[in-house]
Design a protein around this ligand. Sequence first.
Ligand SMILES: O=C(O)c1ccccc1NCC(=O)[C@H](O)[C@H](O)COP(=O)(O)O
Length: 257
Amino acid sequence: MDTDEQLAPAVASILAAARERGGGGERVVVTDARSLPDALAAAEADGRVPVIAEVKPTSPTTEGKRTDDPVELAEQMVAGGATALSVLTEPEHFGGSAETLERVRAAVDVPVLRKDFLLHESQLDVVESDVVLLIARFLGDQLEPMLTAARERGFGVLVEVHTESELAAAVAAGADVIGVNNRDLGKLEVDLGTFEEVGAKAPEDATLIAESGVATREDAARMRRAGADGLLVGSAIMDGDVRANTERLTTPMDEIQ
Ligand SMILES: O=C(O)c1ccccc1NCC(=O)[C@H](O)[C@H](O)COP(=O)(O)O
């Protein structure tokens, strides 16, 4: 795992807050998790670009904060063709909350990913979701026990990696849905070449998600050509008309005149 000195100050601050944040009380058990791989396959069969649209009110790399009702934003994303949603629950740096995730999940019928920086098993017990994110870089040798703990509770799990060695650790831990983050959390720089390089080394049968930095249809097509089964998109959807932005990215290039 990184020492905080190797991380951008904003990320070190996110991690410090995550270490302090308590977990839930009672063990959460999800009995009705919506499958992310199934939803991605259904979008593909429909001829839509499979996009996981992210409800991200703010972030360390975003100016200002979006204050619209997150449920309305989520509904617009689904109306725009989003295959699944990602909802930030981190409160201090991203303006998220567990309550927002609960309200969004009750309002839509697509899989909802809980996007947070989970470091302890008890943090899984804060709120039900269909999928949780586990970040290989921050969990180190705790990745496998956290993956097991999440699956035992009924969550689907998206394991995020940024490098080939994190990918190897994720595969060794048993991850089968893997996100390659184009954003380097050490420097907060985004490079779509990361997915192209690291994703190419993933096992054939893994479900692969390209995360971060997808802004245009051309970016989406580039990630799809590199093997992405799904695209996780935050800023480019949250900035402006959320429904129109989602439609633009979920419509295949060959349908655009
Ligand atoms: O988005 C940030 O500014 C950020 C800063 C520090 C740590 C993590 C951060 N983002 C987490 C994410 O993974 C993204 O929200 C997600 O992949 C969507 O990225 P984008 O489409 O580039 O908004």
